[in-house]
Write a protein that binds this ligand. Structure first.
Ligand code: SF4
Length: 966
């Protein structure tokens, strides 16, 4: 129990002032959870049982006082659509499909207009009326300039023939539409939220309140005019008290943002007692963790949850609610007690995914002669609503077939499309039976979806699944809710003259699913609390975990509107700025209560996906003056490692991920470095290549080696430039040696300027070292003269079709020279690379199939890939035998042999390998097979099985791997 929390302080004051006599109190909060927590605090403060006061939310208060019933979003839209066509009388009635999104914006605007008690006739009046509004409006209204701008804007739009003309026609009749819409709803006893608020607000003066009843409003911030009217009336009648969280930080530092509404509220409705947190003075521990992907954040949140102190109160606020189910389903068995009392939107459940995927399956089939795309079909068999079907399906699609006289394992998915009859043959099951009959329209599809959900429910009875009771109950509850949702949709559509197409059906289903929540029940004060952002208002936790703290999520983007900004300003309707200010208030008051806070945000660096920006609140924390906060900066952060197990992170290829991979392969191209990542750790490949997180490393062991290697490349290129395509003899090399000191100095200066970095070690040491390795290389060349230098840094870039996919290959070959008619393909290495290898250490198997990925000889694989690419790209190389060689500058000596070769054991000469060797041929064959594995949509991106690979990996913190010594 936190005695310094905002809600506890209110409970204490109420207890102090009213003692046990609280039964006539009505406590009104912005959200349910605040009420529950307050109630618990009050009970804890009392030494004997008491009658609980009445506790409600402001929304429930208005609903209860209204004679109207809140209509669900689909009903609202359906009625508005009808009224819209009647009002505007277009030549052709606007089809529902086209009206759908526009309709949603209109209802949102009407909602605001009503909640802020603005006259629809005025706000939607004609342009000339705006001047009249100006005269009649309050003279102290601060935004007169805004009105001028608006008039100018609308006048321009109103020019004959301008694109704004239709807008003005629609605009000028919106008040007619607004009244007609409300009339239609009223006839049925229905309302949208704002309409219901306004209806109550108008009658407030006449509202009879029992003499003994007293109201307490607590924890509000931005209040609309209906609420303001209610507060004023009760205050004037001496029937209300108010409590605000007057945190000094908000009032002083964020007065135009998080504290924007607070000062006015304090003036209009002075508090019964000052109750406040103190953000600046409080001590807290804070860490900020950037993580590139939602599933990784979920994994980290679980680890943090497992490590919470059971004696402290703990909360996880899921601003991105889609993280809830992955979290719930990944919790380990020895998990701490959790409570999801906020409920979750049906749209983030897998039962909703099933409904959506079914619509997509048939929608797509319509475009493909009734055949099903395998990936859509597979999503349905993989859905957790059907326990056990995933593995059955995976077994069923792989069959043995006679191919060219041989018995071979064939994957049926390679054919991409399945006919409806085929599904039943491949996997005889009631689900296949249901799927195989294609519905002729949305009405039939809804019936089919209902049957499929009923089947899913049956398959999730206790006898049918291995999971614990809690999981069975939750799955059944999800399926039941999805079923109810479909029945609701079916009922609504039965009243429509025509049925929507599959696309519209999908949108309607999504909107309905977003508007409904699963009613989880729970105890708000024990166990770790998992909740959405709205439910976190006013509550305090010792330990607080906030994932998904990115712009667009927290704070979320403002909703779309048709009302111009200037008009909103003029009428005092909330603007995007106000919405941000409100979110800011609740964010800061939430973290104010925490002693130990962890913030996670997505730091994907793009590479085709939308770049994720950290929340502005993170920036404010970083630059704020919180001297009492113990701040673990992002770079210093280390994560707990003790609960770590290999193989924990596995990224399933969703359609989005697979598409992103294909896009990267097509646009960015696969380099030997990226491919090597795939061989060593498929997850690392995913981070680097698919989502573009981190940096794509050159193939080198250490940072120092990489930097000196890069300078050596440049230096050798520069020195050899005058001799390109010429024969190089000892004399030329001696000449180069004289230029070496000056050229090296130039390269070092260039490196510092372009990279803004210092060379590792002191300059002198660096110069000595680089001079030595460059001299070694030149001496080595001198011993092998004469040769013809063909060039340095040869760029390779070409596209090849692999399994029907366009794949671009890119590389840069360090150097190519010719000696005695042989082409030598050289890679400079400044690390400890070895040109000798065991055959198994150059075989390109995908990471998950590699036995010892850490033993792969990266330099040899890289050189083989250069050879393969050269031969693919240029005829001259295709018809020549290429000799790959590693110029390992640390190893140059009289006896050093740089050519790649098989290590035959101590004291035995190596077997040199060139592109005519059997091993190279096996390599290229295996390479092409591995490319197919890389493209396989059914393959997951898993962590490497060997932690030695993790030694130099920049994602160690995410994987919670320390790496191991060799
Ligand atoms: S830390 Fe290890 S498991 Fe994780 S991505 Fe890097 S190499 Fe793979």
């Amino acid at each position: 129990m936190r005695k310094d929390s905002f809600l506890y302080k209110i409970a204490e004051d109420v207890h102090h002032r009213y003692g046990k006599d609280v039964r006539n109190l009505v406590l009104v909060f912005p959200n349910r959870r605040s009420g529950r927590v307050f109630q618990r605090h009050l009970a804890q403060l009392s030494d004997s049982p008491i009658w609980s006061p009445m506790i409600t939310t402001i929304d429930d208060f208005f609903r209860e006082k209204s004679d109207l019933v809140l209509a669900d979003p689909l009903t609202q839209l359906n009625i508005l659509h009808r009224v819209w066509n009647e009002t505007y009388q277009f030549e052709e009635p606007e089809p529902f499909q086209q009206f759908y999104f526009f309709g949603k914006i209109l209802i949102r605007d009407f909602d605001l207009v009503d909640k802020y008690l603005v006259s629809a006739d005025r706000i939607y009046g004609q342009v000339r009326d705006i001047k009249e509004i100006d005269l009649s409006f309050q003279p102290d209204f601060e935004e007169h300039e805004a009105l001028k701008d608006l008039i100018e804007y609308l006048s321009k739009k109103h020019d004959e023939g301008s694109p704004g003309q239709k807008f003005m026609k629609v605009w000028n009749k919106l008040s007619v539409l607004y009244h007609a819409f409300k009339k239609e709803l009223s006839k049925k006893g229905l309302a949208y939220s704002g309409m219901l608020y306004k209806e109550v607000a108008i009658r407030l003066e006449k509202m009879s309140i029992p003499e003994e009843q007293h109201f307490i409003f607590a924890g509000f911030n931005r209040i609309n005019r209906c609420e303001k009217k209610l507060f004023s009336l009760l205050k004037e009648g001496g029937k209300a008290d108010f409590y605000w969280n007057e945190d000094p930080f908000l009032l002083n530092e964020l007065k135009k943002e998080g504290g924007k509404f607070l000062s006015e509220n304090l003036q209009l409705f002075p508090p019964a007692k000052k109750t406040s947190t103190d953000l600046v003075q409080e001590h807290k521990k804070l860490e900020i963790i950037p993580l590139p992907f939602r599933s990784l954040q979920a994994q980290t949140v679980i680890k943090l949850m497992v490590n919470t102190n059971p004696k402290e109160t703990s909360g996880v606020v899921l601003s991105d609610e889609e993280m809830l189910l992955p979290l719930l389903w990944s919790l380990p068995e020895n998990r701490p007690a959790i409570n999801v009392s906020a409920g979750i939107k049906i749209s983030v459940t897998f039962a909703y995914d099933l409904m959506r995927d079914l619509i997509e399956l048939y929608d797509e089939a319509e475009l493909n002669n009734g055949e099903f795309y395998y990936s859509h079909l597979q999503k349905i068999f993989f859905n957790p609503c059907f326990p056990g079907l995933q593995s059955k399906w995976l077994k069923a699609v792989k069959i043995y077939k006679e191919v060219d006289g041989k018995r071979k394992l064939v994957d049926l998915r390679a054919d991409v499309y399945f006919s409806p009859d085929q599904i039943n043959t491949i996997l005889p099951h009631p689900l296949s039976e249901l799927l195989s009959h294609t519905p002729s329209g949305s009405a039939e599809l809804l019936e089919k979806m209902l049957k499929i959900l009923e089947l899913a429910y049956e398959m999730n009875t206790e006898e049918n699944r291995d999971n614990d009771q809690e999981t069975v109950n939750l799955t059944q509850e999800l399926i039941r809710s999805a079923h109810q949702l479909l029945i609701r949709l079916k009922d609504t559509l039965s009243e429509w003259p025509e049925h929507p197409d599959f696309q519209l059906l999908k949108n309607m289903l999504r909107d309905l699913a977003q508007s409904r929540r699963l009613p989880f029940k729970g105890e708000p004060l024990s166990g770790i609390q998992l909740m959405g952002a709205l439910e976190s208002r006013n509550v305090s936790y010792d330990r607080l975990i906030l994932p998904s703290m990115n712009e667009g999520i927290q704070p979320s983007n403002p909703g779309q509107t048709l009302i111009p900004f200037t008009l909103k300003k003029y009428y005092g309707l909330p603007t995007a700025e106000d919405e941000m200010a409100d979110q800011s208030y609740y964010f800061w008051t939430l973290i104010a209560g925490a002693k130990n806070l962890t913030i996670l945000y997505d730091n994907s660096s793009g590479g085709g996906l939308n770049k994720a920006e950290p929340s502005r609140f993170i920036q404010q924390i970083k630059y704020g003056n919180f001297t009492n906060w113990d701040f673990a900066s992002e770079t210093q952060l280390s994560l707990p490692l003790e609960n770590n197990q290999a193989g924990e992170i596995s990224i399933k290829r969703t359609t989005e991920i697979q598409n992103q991979l294909l896009k990267q392969l097509k646009d960015r191209g696969l380099s030997p470095s990226s491919f090597l990542n795939f061989l060593k750790c498929e997850l690392k490949f995913y981070f680097n290549f698919v989502i573009g997180a981190g940096t794509e490393e050159e193939i080198a062991e250490e940072v120092d080696a990489r930097i000196s290697g890069s300078i050596l490349h440049d230096l050798m290129e520069e020195l050899y430039k005058p001799y390109e395509n010429k024969e190089v003899a000892t004399r030329e090399i001696e000449e180069m040696k004289t230029k070496l000191p000056l050229e090296l100095r130039k390269k070092l200066d260039k490196y510092r300027k372009t990279k803004g970095k210092e060379i590792p070690g002191h300059d002198l040491v660096a110069i000595n070292y680089l001079t030595k390795i460059a001299k070694n290389a030149l001496d080595f060349d001198s011993r092998n003269t004469p040769f013809t230098m063909r060039g340095h840094e040869k760029k390779l870039k070409f596209t090849k079709e692999i399994k029907g996919q366009e794949v671009k290959f890119t590389a840069k070959v360090d150097r190519i020279h010719e000696k005695n008619g042989s082409k030598i393909i050289v890679d400079y290495k400044t690390g400890g690379d070895n040109p000798e290898f065991k055959p198994e250490n150059v075989m390109p198997l995908p990471g998950n199939e590699q036995e010892k990925p850490y033993q792969l000889n990266s330099a040899a694989i890289q050189l083989f890939l250069y050879c393969w690419m050269l031969q693919q790209q240029e005829e001259d190389y295709r018809t020549s035998v290429l000799h790959p060689a590693v110029y390992a500058t640390r190893k140059f000596s009289e006896s050093f042999d740089p050519y790649l070769g098989i290590d035959n054991g101590k004291d035995k000469p190596k077997t040199r390998i060139d592109t005519s060797s059997e091993l190279y041929k096996n390599f290229t064959e295996q390479f092409e097979n591995t490319l197919e594995a890389l493209l396989n949509p059914n393959r997951t991106f898993d962590q490497t099985s060997d932690e030695k690979v993790c030694n130099y990996c920049e994602f160690k913190n995410i994987c919670m791997r320390e790496g191991k010594s060799w």
